[in-house]
Each structure stands twice: as structure tokens, then as C-alpha cells.
Design a protein around this ligand. Structure first.
Ligand SMILES: Cc1cc2nc3c(=O)[nH]c(=O)nc-3n(C[C@H](O)[C@H](O)[C@H](O)COP(=O)(O)OP(=O)(O)OC[C@H]3O[C@@H](n4cnc5c(N)ncnc54)[C@H](O)[C@@H]3O)c2cc1C
Length: 413
């Protein structure tokens, strides 16, 4: 009988590495000591918390190098861990700090090496003068249906410039950012396949202005606004990926050679778990707060957790949050290791985490009773903040559409 061979590959493990644990503790420390204590104030002020962004920049949590090092983790778990911990502190401030990651992901995913090197550091600014960046895809008549985008980009051969016109809606950091990544239609007849992404510096460019600032239900420390493009002229090389590549792609589409872009779908699948991790942070904050409250609050001569109705709710909250985290980690690992998302696992993770966050934060209000409904306690803010996670980055219905198409192979409508 042959001797047992030593295992060459580690078995399945969900244990975090020492580096991942250290990072988790570091971000949690910042969330607990800096973010959570400031959450109520900035929610009430409904303003971008620049001093806190600056603190995050000073410790390296908000920087090009920081984001690059989180991304370098080959397991894919670091990015969701950082997001969960920061958003546990506060989601509005969390998005004010990490909202820049969305335009950065677009530049990283679609830009040339030169564009990545030039534009990504500008998204962050410096620790002394931090900047934020914005991603502008949505429009008043193009939300879930991005193919309906009306903003146009026309190439002016005489000046070698792009000329953009249109109105963007709901842009996180819109107008207060320097770097804006704008999705515009180069050829309306081609629908979404005629779109391209442009990178625009607001400080250096005329014709890009902030429109109305949106007053919101939650995430109130995160700035959301319309962005107007009015004969906004930018140099030819500010289309992500380069003009030559865009011209080649459009020519292929016009000849009917290019099928529906699988690459774009795979990119969305890879970024959705990050958003799910943010929702998880809010859900966990609400669960932990409700658990402690239930142990301390006494009614009928005993702590309210002594009632199964309360204890079982907390048991369900913990179970659902942990289940959502497993989906988020699986999808993040798949995205980082290049595994194909055959069943839309990224969408599954965002769908589950968003729905769990709304449900768990509502349950937390119930456990706190009247106190839960007041602004003296944070759970009502957690609930307001959680709701966006069934809406942005693809609504829950759109996630279900993507999943049902992936599992059926049919074009479900
Ligand atoms: C706080 C906040 C921040 C945002 N940040 C950004 C940003 O930085 N950049 C950006 O580009 N956008 C951003 N958005 C926009 C966001 O992505 C859109 O709100 C979202 O995509 C939904 O679009 P909509 O609001 O137009 O809703 P609609 O598309 O009009 O949907 C309305 C309802 O109809 C449902 N529905 C639509 N189509 C279908 C269908 N085919 N099947 C079933 N149901 C359907 C939806 O699920 C939803 O329930 C932000 C929005 C908010 C509120």
C-alpha cells in the first residue's frame, strides 16, 4: 500500500490570514473611533465630511496606494472586509470615503496604462488636499435602462476634441469631484454598444457643472447631484481605452461582428459584491446594537432578550447576515481569481446583502421599540441608509433579472 502523500494544496478554508485580520482590525478601529462618533452630525448636516475624508487619507485608508494594496490580495477578500468594517461605522461617511472607488474601477478596467497612471492618482488628491471622484452613468430617463442614455459625445475633427452634451442624474460626488467619469453615447443607433466612457477634470474644463443637489432619505453624508454637460470640450485622448480602440470597436459593431458584451457583464458581477459588503456592514451594525440593547432593556421584570420572540429574531438576523457574507466572499473570490460568473453570483451577493440589510435594520428598530424610531438612537439611520442597497448599482429587480437570465439561458423580461 502506497504511503499517504503529503497534501500539496491547502484544503477548503474560510480562515482569514494574519494580514487580513490585521487590516480588518485597523479599519474597524478607524470606523469605531472616528467614523461612528461623527455619523449623527454629518447625517444631520447633509454635507460631505471633508475632515473625515482627510483623516482617512492621512492614515492611508483613502489613497491610490491603499486601494491598490487592498486589490492586491489574491483571495479577493480584502476589499469586502474593508468595506464591511468602514460601513459598519457609518454608511454615509463610508460612501463619502469609498464612493471614489467606482470611477477608479472604471478607469482601471477600461483605461490605457497611461490613463490609469495619470487619472487614478488625481481621483484621490493628496492627504493635505484630498479629492473625490464621480461616476456619471444615470440620467433622468436612463436608470435601470442604461441603453437609454441621451448624453452625446461628438468628435470635432477640426479641434481634435470631444464635445459632450447632456444631463447626468444621481451622481455620487457629482460636481464636487475633480475627476468625473462620464458615460456618453457616441452613436445613438448602436444603443449601449455605442457608449463610451470619458474622463473629465472639472477644474480644467469648461462646460461641466453641478446641477441640483439631491436631498435624500439616507446616506446623507454622501453628496449626490445632477451634472450638466454643455458643449463640454475635452482632448481626444480623454476617452477611456483611447480613440483608436473605440473606432475599431464601433466599426466591428456596425459590421454586426460583435455580439453583446460579455466583458461588461462580467465586470458588473465582479464589482457588485463590494456593494454587498457595504450593506453587510450596516446590517451587522444594526444587529450588534439590537443585541446589546435587548440584553439591557428590562420589561415585565426581565431583559427583553429573555423572550423567544426577541431572541429568535436576533438569531435570524445573525444567520441571514452570515449567509449574505458567504455569498459576498464567494463572489469576491470568483471576481479576483477570474472564475466565470455562470450563475450571476455577483448579482446574487448584492441582492441578498441588500435585502438582508433592509430587513435586519427594520427588525433592529422593532427590538428598540419607541427608541428605535427616534434620532437619539442610530438604528433608524441604519435603516434609512440600508434602503439604498436595494436600489443603486442595479435594483433588486434588476439583480433578479440578471440571475434569472443566467440560470435559464433565456432572455427573461
Ligand atoms: C443615493 C444614490 C446614489 C447614486 N449614485 C449613482 C452614481 O454615482 N452614478 C450613477 O450613474 N448613478 C447613481 N445612482 C443612480 C442609481 O444607479 C439608479 O437610481 C438606479 O439604477 C435605478 O434607476 P432609477 O432610479 O431610474 O429607477 P428605474 O429604473 O426607473 O426603476 C424604478 C423601478 O422599476 C423597476 N424596474 C425597472 N426596470 C425593470 C425591469 N426590466 N424589470 C423589473 N423591474 C424593473 C426597478 O427595479 C425599480 O423598482 C444613484 C442613486 C442614488 C439614489
Amino acid at each position: 500500500m502506497a504511503a499517504t502523500e503529503p497534501a500539496t494544496k491547502p484544503g477548503f478554508s474560510l480562515e482569514l490570514t494574519d494580514d487580513q485580520r490585521d487590516l480588518q482590525a485597523w479599519v474597524h478601529g478607524f470606523a469605531e473611533s472616528v467614523v461612528r462618533p461623527a455619523a449623527h452630525e454629518w447625517d444631520e448636516r447633509e454635507e460631505t465630511p471633508w475632515p473625515i475624508i482627510q483623516e482617512a487619507a492621512k492614515i492611508g485608508l483613502y489613497s491610490y496606494e491603499g486601494l491598490a494594496s487592498f486589490f492586491a490580495d489574491e483571495s479577493g477578500l480584502t476589499i469586502p472586509i474593508v468595506n464591511e468594517e468602514l460601513f459598519w461605522g457609518d454608511a454615509g461617511i463610508g460612501l463619502a470615503i469609498l464612493g471614489t472607488a467606482l470611477p477608479v474601477a472604471a478607469i482601471f478596467g477600461q483605461g490605457t496604462g497611461e490613463q490609469i497612471g495619470e487619472w487614478i492618482p488625481r481621483c484621490f488628491g493628496t492627504p493635505d488636499e484630498p479629492k473625490v471622484a464621480a461616476f456619471c452613468a444615470s440620467e433622468p430617463d436612463a436608470g435601470s435602462d442604461v441603453s437609454a442614455i441621451r448624453t452625446t459625445a461628438r468628435f470635432d475633427e477640426k479641434t481634435n476634441e470631444w464635445v459632450l452634451n447632456g444631463q447626468k442624474a444621481w451622481a455620487t460626488n457629482g460636481g464636487i469631484a475633480d475627476v468625473h467619469v462620464v458615460i456618453a453615447s457616441v452613436d445613438r443607433e448602436l444603443g449601449a454598444r455605442g457608449h463610451a466612457a470619458f474622463v473629465i477634470s472639472k477644474e480644467e474644463t469648461k462646460g461641466i457643472e453641478q446641477g441640483a443637489k439631491v436631498r435624500k432619505h439616507g446616506l446623507r453624508a454622501s453628496h449626490t447631484a445632477d451634472v450638466h454637460l454643455d458643449d463640454c470640450r475635452i482632448p481626444a485622448d480623454q476617452v477611456l481605452g483611447g480613440k483608436e480602440k473605440l473606432d475599431e470597436r464601433l466599426a466591428r459593431v456596425r459590421e454586426g461582428k460583435r455580439a453583446r458584451s460579455q466583458a461588461a457583464l462580467q465586470t458588473f458581477e465582479a464589482t457588485r459584491p463590494t456593494v454587498g459588503a457595504q450593506a453587510l456592514g450596516i446590517a451587522r451594525a444594526a444587529y450588534e446594537y439590537a443585541l446589546e440593547y435587548a440584553k439591557e432593556r428590562t420589561q415585565f421584570g426581565r431583559p427583553i432578550i429573555d423572550n423567544q420572540a426577541i431572541a429568535f429574531t436576533l438569531a435570524d438576523m445573525k444567520t441571514e447576515i452570515d449567509a449574505a457574507r458567504l455569498l459576498v466572499w464567494r463572489a469576491s473570490w470568483m471576481g479576483r481569481t477570474g472564475k466565470p460568473f455562470e450563475n450571476a453570483e455577483g448579482s446574487m451577493s448584492k441582492l441578498k446583502a441588500g435585502e438582508v440589510a433592509v430587513w435586519a435594520t427594520e427588525r433592529a428598530i422593532q427590538i428598540l421599540g419607541g427608541n428605535g424610531y427616534t434620532r437619539e438612537f442610530p438604528v433608524e439611520r441604519f435603516h434609512r441608509d440600508a434602503k439604498i442597497y436595494t436600489i443603486f448599482e442595479g435594483t433588486s429587480e434588476i439583480q433578479r433579472l440578471v440571475i434569472s437570465r443566467a440560470i435559464s439561458g433565456m432572455h427573461i423580461r
